[in-house]
Write a protein that binds this ligand. Structure first.
Ligand SMILES: [Zn+2]
Length: 136
């Protein structure tokens, strides 16, 4: 498979920021117990996915922003589409949508953290080279 040329498209596809080809997560998002599992390094180019210990603590802030957006959009949608329903409908509706979106919010918050603060840039020629650990 050819690497994705655009950073934004690679981010949306949750691919490695260096080669745009390796997957950031080991399992699909709907795997309810292991949707957050990431390989230690990119299986294609060997880029480490955790640049330093605790790197993804900052992703909590990005995830918080996603949660606020999910709450606001769901509340507005319920208000306008359901005609300002009872309070319990808001609580159940927002809770259900936020719970359903949890794997995506976590994955995209980690991916944004890696793309913004990981210090990794796209290197088109890096795909299909052996990982640094494999050469040693
Ligand atoms: Zn890679």
């Amino acid at each position: 498979m050819a690497p994705i040329a655009s950073d934004a498209a690679a981010l949306l596809a949750l691919r490695c920021p260096r080669c745009h080809e390796g997957h950031l997560f080991s399992r699909p998002a709907y795997h309810l117990t292991k949707f957050a599992d990431m390989p230690a390094a990119c299986p294609v180019c060997g880029q480490a996915f955790e640049p330093e210990p605790g790197f993804y603590f900052g992703a909590m802030f990005v995830s918080y922003a996603f949660s606020v957006a999910i709450f606001a959009v769901t509340t507005a949608a319920l208000y306008f589409l359901a005609g300002d329903p009872a309070l319990w409908v808001y609580i159940v509706g927002v809770g259900a949508v936020a719970t359903a979106c949890t794997p995506l919010a976590l994955r995209y918050s980690r991916a944004l953290m890696l793309y913004w603060f990981g210090g990794v840039h796209y290197q088109p020629g890096r795909a299909h080279r052996p990982a640094p650990a494999a050469r040693a």
